[in-house]
Design a protein around this ligand. Structure first.
Ligand code: NAI
Ligand SMILES: O=C1O[C@H](COP(=O)(O)O)[C@@H](O)[C@H](O)[C@H]1O
Length: 254
């Protein structure tokens, strides 16, 4: 990707994982409603994704969008997910197709399919359980935040079919830095390490695809999400596995 890449929600946890891994690999244009707290090597647009005029300027000349901005709280109220996640995602998609953007990677979530766990937990969090979701299943959101993520995936389907935008929704599991979640087997089953996160979004920017839904987790022994589609279509080749962390508490402060 030679053209600039717009990264929305750049100041957040996922944005920082991507920039830590890929900061030098793309011509980034960062966007967040919060100004940067320190120096940044990249162009930075302070804007809200509900501001359509600001988005038009932000997408000008970009070849791809990685859209992370939104309310990430599983318990977020409807008013917030409607504004930040649903309206915001639709605005970014609309601006992107108007500007002729080729690729769009969307931060979806495990919570879009949270209710598949209801009748299977805690067994499905364990490595001897071979139940897998693979991205072809219908959404079963576990909360209104999950509803907003499923809606983002559907918006992407529309903009792909109507405007031929290449769209990939990454149903991100649980991103933590340095080590998997501790004393949380569900979190260990859907752990996504920082380096695998950066690599996966790199794949989203370099692979060829039409419309895809993939799971964003590391290659954990415990898992109930298949990463086969991400491997086949995107070339995802994760390095980390929550089972390999040795549990040394001195590393557990990140
Ligand atoms: N961290 C995780 O484990 C997971 C994250 N996700 C998704 O990934 C995305 C990023 O999540 P995190 O980095 O963890 O969250 P975060 O809260 O650390 O970062 C989100 C960023 O988006 C910005 N933002 C929020 N609403 C905005 C708006 N209306 N306009 C412009 N900027 C806005 C915030 O200022 C913040 O910097 C979210 O969409 C979240 O739903 C999905 C699954 C798991
Ligand atoms: O979508 C998200 O999922 C992760 C993991 O969910 P949790 O229910 O295990 O906490 C969450 O940490 C993150 O904030 C959220 O955006």
């Amino acid at each position: 990707m030679d053209d600039p890449v717009l990264l929305t929600g750049a100041s957040g946890r996922v944005g920082q994982a991507i920039l830590d891994g890929l900061g030098d690999d793309y011509d980034w244009r960062l966007l967040d409603r919060e100004p940067p707290t320190g120096d940044t090597d990249h162009e930075f647009v302070v804007a809200d994704v509900t501001d359509e005029a600001a988005l038009r300027d932000a997408v000008d000349g970009v070849g791809a969008v990685v859209h992370l901005a939104g309310d990430p709280r599983p318990e977020a109220p409807w008013e917030s997910v409607l504004r930040n996640n649903i309206d915001g995602t639709r605005n970014v998609l609309e601006a992107a197709v108007d500007a002729g953007v080729e690729k769009f990677a969307f931060a979806s979530s495990n919570h879009a399919v949270g209710h598949y766990e209801t009748e299977r937990k805690p067994g499905l969090y364990r490595s001897d359980d071979d139940f897998r979701l693979d991205g072809t299943e219908l959404p079963r959101p576990g909360n209104l935040y999950g509803v907003s993520k499923a809606t983002g995936e559907t918006l992407g389907r529309y903009y792909h079919d109507e405007h031929d935008l290449s769209f990939v929704a990454v149903r991100i599991g649980n991103l933590t830095n340095g080590h998997p979640p501790i004393d949380y087997e569900r979190g260990q089953a859907m752990w996504l390490s920082h380096r695998d996160c950066a690599h996966l979004f790199d794949c989203c920017l370099s692979a060829d695809y039409g419309y895809e839904i993939v799971y964003g987790i590391s290659d954990n022994d415990r898992k109930y999400y298949s990463i086969d589609r991400a491997k086949e279509v995107l070339g995802y080749d994760p390095e980390d596995n929550s089972a390999e962390w040795d549990g040394d508490e001195k590393d557990a402060d990140a």
